[in-house]
Design a protein around this ligand. Structure first.
Ligand SMILES: Nc1ncnc2c1ncn2[C@@H]1O[C@H](COP(=O)(O)OP(=O)(O)OP(=O)(O)O)[C@@H](O)[C@H]1O
Ligand SMILES: [Mg+2]
Length: 169
């Protein structure tokens, strides 16, 4: 599979506070990747940086081999639009939040169906177990840093990951 989205050493500061610290990951074409981790670890900030809604302080983002580490406000808006409407990559931030168990199943089933049409998925989820079951790979963030990464099943079976980061299993 070809690399579709590549994020390298992203740093993001809000004033003095460092929300993202050298975060790197990639999503291959057609891959389903989830980003997990405790509340406040930087998941939403990471998605917002990728979508161009937030500027990163440092780092490189490549989509489809094009550098989209955004240079100016206009480009930022245009690229965010392009990314959001792109049929090739779907960015999802906690799509199951606040839903009933039945509705959550529906949401995950729909995301999987979209993914089966070769759309890459980058999913941020609190519902770690379900997210890892559906994903090809997962990344766990902790306090703005890459903590663990691996295939879904691998992460689900790693006691360090379960104890420290996944909580809600
Ligand atoms: N605009 C902002 N200004 C200042 N601090 C911010 C801003 N946005 C996020 N933060 C801080 O950055 C850190 C990461 O926040 P973020 O929302 O990315 O976490 P998260 O992993 O999505 O959390 P949750 O699981 O609760 O959604 C938090 O400490 C948050 O308070
Ligand atoms: Mg969030």
């Amino acid at each position: 599979m070809e690399q579709y989205l590549s994020v390298k050493n992203i740093n993001k500061f809000f004033g003095d506070f460092q929300a993202l610290n050298n975060v790197s990951f990639d999503v291959k074409e057609g891959e389903f990747v989830c980003i997990l981790g405790p509340s406040g670890c930087g998941k939403t900030t990471l998605l917002r940086v990728i979508a161009g809604l937030e500027s990163q302080s440092e780092g490189l983002i490549n989509q489809n081999n094009k550098d989209i580490s955004l240079r100016g406000e206009q480009q930022r808006v245009a690229l965010a639009r392009a990314l959001v409407t792109s049929p090739n990559l779907l960015l999802l931030d906690e799509p199951s939040a606040g839903l009933s168990p039945v509705a959550i199943n529906e949401v995950f089933k729909t995301i999987k169906e979209i993914n089966e049409k070769n759309v890459s998925i980058l999913l941020v989820e609190q519902n770690a177990k379900r997210a890892l079951k559906f994903s090809n790979r997962g990344y766990v963030l902790d306090q703005g840093r890459n903590a663990y990464q691996g295939e879904g099943v691998e992460l689900l079976n790693d006691p360090r990951v379960v104890d420290l980061y996944l909580g809600k299993l």
